[in-house]
Write a protein that binds this ligand. Structure first.
Ligand SMILES: [Zn+2]
Length: 273
């Protein structure tokens, strides 16, 4: 059919996948304005509760290697957790919960809302331009929590009911087996991909055909050990992601030639910016 072949040639000539990298827990910085709230919590700030050790490094290298936009925060999650919904009790920490309501409102407007809006709008723009967004949110987890040793090196978190996410994570894990043999890669571990988080929120905004939200979780054991093995692990994770998204993009190009994309839900007004 005429229409189908037109779509096919368009799909073949334009990039179909857009990768976005983010890091919500990239540092343990507390802006001076709010330092007073943390006077009694200095030790806590330096623990895994303050930041995801190593996550920002992975995110930066990943974005550079894949030529993808990076959105990262170095303000501690103990001020406000960018990976929690506004209604979630974990949005505020034991330190920031004590702040006056107007102070917390200010924190939301300075740090939380702009961050969340920025990625949502970037994803929306890519989707409106006909791209399928692969959002990789980079995290790390403490090797041992409440006395339980976590038995994975890498976790890939996704929503099992969204087939494209499941498929991409299977590819990523498969590819990792080649790049980092012996690494224990577990799906939806140590957390469920459907638990409250930024990707969970974005899934409600964008359908499964347009948005894939994956959380990468790396065991901090490797970060803390450091050295060449840690460098090699980062390189393997990124190389495997590159491979799996490339295969995925090719498949998506073929599939999108056959289906009609449902974005935007209603046609934009002519001459929109
Ligand atoms: Zn995290």
């Amino acid at each position: 059919m005429m229409a189908a072949s037109k779509v096919a040639s368009k799909a073949a000539s334009t990039p179909t996948v857009a990768i976005l990298v983010s890091c919500e827990h990239g540092g343990n910085r507390i802006p001076s304005r709010y330092r007073e709230l943390f006077l009694a919590h200095q030790a806590l700030l330096r623990t895994h509760r303050g930041a995801d050790f190593g996550a920002l490094r992975v995110a930066r290298e990943m974005a550079a290697a894949l030529d993808a936009p990076l959105l990262a925060s170095t303000v501690s999650r103990l001020l406000v957790d960018l990976n929690r919904s506004l209604h979630h009790p974990g949005l505020w920490s034991q330190a920031s919960r004590a702040a006056a309501p107007e102070v917390r409102k200010e924190i939301l407007h300075r740090y939380y809302l702009p961050y969340r809006a920025k990625l949502e709008s970037l994803a929306g723009q890519k989707i409106a331009a006909g791209r399928r967004v692969i959002h990789v949110s980079c995290h790390s987890f403490t090797p041992q929590l409440n006395g339980v040793v976590r038995n994975a090196d890498i976790g890939l978190l996704y929503d099992p009911s969204r087939e494209p996410e499941a498929q991409l994570c299977r590819r990523w894990r498969q590819s990792l087996a080649g790049h980092a043999p012996g690494m224990r890669v577990r799906m939806n571990y140590p957390y469920a991909g459907t638990a409250d988080g930024f990707t969970t929120y974005l899934r409600q905004r964008f359908g499964p055909a347009h948005y894939l939200g994956i959380e990468l979780e790396i065991n901090q054991r490797h970060v803390l050990a450091g050295g060449p093995p840690w460098r090699a692990l980062r390189a393997a994770v990124i190389a495997a992601l590159r491979e799996s998204t490339a295969g995925f993009a090719a498949e998506f190009a073929a599939a999108s030639a056959a289906e009609s994309l449902q974005w935007p839900p209603s046609p934009p007004a002519p001459g929109h910016a």
